[in-house]
Design a protein around this ligand. Structure first.
Ligand SMILES: [Zn+2]
Length: 88
């Protein structure tokens, strides 16, 4: 956005032009900070965990939540009742 009242002479700084320069400096600092934030986010390991877990229960009533893909790989057996955990 252009300054509302550009100075008539390059060395002449009006109050509105000074405010524009200050706003521009703040905007540049925010842009730099957002760039650093985005870079830092990219350095974090990607989330591979599923947020959509299945609630499962076995014959004795113990419960757990597990990813659908994990349950499809092989049954999960309860150590107490020796029954498989099944989606409820
Ligand atoms: Zn059980």
């Amino acid at each position: 956005m252009p300054p509302p009242n550009p100075p008539r002479h390059p060395t002449c700084i009006t109050s509105s032009n000074a405010a524009h320069i200050t706003n521009l400096a703040v905007a540049q600092q925010l842009d730099a900070a957002l760039g650093l934030w985005r870079y830092a986010e990219q350095q974090l390991p990607a989330s591979t965990g599923s947020r959509n877990l299945l609630a499962c229960a076995c014959g004795c009533g113990r419960k757990l939540r597990v990813a659908k893909a994990t349950l499809e790989q092989a049954p999960i057996w309860c150590g107490a009742c020796a029954e498989p955990f099944e989606p409820v």
